[in-house]
Design a protein around this ligand. Sequence first.
Ligand SMILES: *Cc1c(COP(=O)(O)O)cnc(C)c1O
Length: 380
Amino acid sequence: MTKFSIPFNKPYATGQELGYMQQAIANGHISGDGAFTKKCHTFFETALAVKKALLTTSCTHALEMSAILADIQPGDEVIVPSFTFVTSINAFVLRGAKPVFCDIRPDTLNLDETKLEALITDRTKAIVPVHYAGVACDMDAITAIAQRHGIVVIEDNAHGLFSKYKGRYLGTIGHMATQSFHETKNVTCGEGGALLINDSAFIERAEIIREKGTNRSRFFRGQVDKYTWVDIGSSYLPSDLLAAYLYAQLEAIDDIQARRQRIWDYYQAHLPEWAQTHNVTLPTIPADCEQSYHMYYMLLPSLEVRQELIAHLKSFGILTVFHYLPLHLSDMGRKYGGQTGDCPVTEDVSDRLLRLPFYNDLTEADQEKVIAGLFSFEGW
Ligand SMILES: *Cc1c(COP(=O)(O)O)cnc(C)c1O
C-alpha cells in the first residue's frame, strides 16, 4: 500500500475517549445500553429535539431497523437516489424490497424531487433521501409527495449530523433518520450509528427490534414483569465501550465542527478562480441549507482528467478519491433492471467527482500543499 503524506481521511480522537472507556469498564457495564449509551441518547434527543434516539452498531443497521419498522414486505418498492452508498438500499432489499433508483439534481447531487412522483406506484412503501455531503435534499417537496401517497420517509443522514434545512436539523424531518459514526464521518466511534425517530408510533417497536425481538427495554423500565420474544429483530445495540468513545466526541462537537468549517472554508476560499479557468465545478450550498462540513468535492471536466489528476496528486503523496458508482448500473442494480441512461446525472457526476483530503486534524499547511498540487496539474 502506498503511504500518503496527506491521506484522504484520518480517524480523529479528542483525547477523552480512553478515559470514558475506562469509566465504562469501572461502571461494570460494557454491553449495550449502559450509562454512556444513555448519555448519547440524551445528547441527541436534547441537541436535535428528536423524539427518540437509539444508538446502533452502524448506520447500515439503523437502516435495516427502519426497513422493518416501515413494514417492508417482498415486492414493495423503495425509492432511493442511484448516487449513494450501497446500504441506503440494501437494508430494504434484505427485506425483499425492489429498489427504484431516482436520478439526482446536478447542483446538490441530492435526490431530484422533480423526478420523484413519476417513480411512485401503488407498491411504493418508502423513500430514502440521502443528504449528500450534508447538504439537505428539498425536504418540503419530498415530504409533500410522500404525504400525498402515504409513503414513509427515512432520511439517510450519514453525512449531515447538525446540518439544517430551513432552520430544521436534518434527521428530524422524515418519519425516521439514520446516522453513521463510521471512522470516515464527522463524529466517530470506529463503527457505529443511530436511528432517530420522529414519528412516535415507531418508538416501542424500534426498541424491541433493536433488542433481538424482545421486550427487554420495557422489562428494564419495569413496564412488564418478564421479558420475552415478541417480534422479529436482531442485535443492533453497540457496546457501552463504543458509546463511551462516541460520547467523548459528542462533548467536543463544537470544536469538531469548527475545525471542519475552517477546512471547508479554506478550500472554498482558494479554489474558485482556478476552478473557473479550468471548467471545474465547486459545491453548491442552497441558501436555505446549513451544511455539516462533511466533505469537499469538485466536478472535473471529464473522467480522464479526474483519473490523471488523482495520479498527479498521488505523486506528491496526496490521496484524493472519487465516490459512489451509480447503483442502478451495479451488478445488483442491473438485476433489478437498471440500464445505462436511466439516471443520466448520476452517471455523469459519478465519473467526474473528486473528493479532497478532509479530516479534523488537517492543517492549513497541508491544505496549501493540496491546492498547490491542484494548481500544478497541466493535463487538461
Ligand atoms: C457511511 C454511510 C452509510 C453507512 O454507514 P455505516 O455506519 O458504515 O453502516 C450509509 N449511507 C451513507 C450515505 C453513508 O455515507
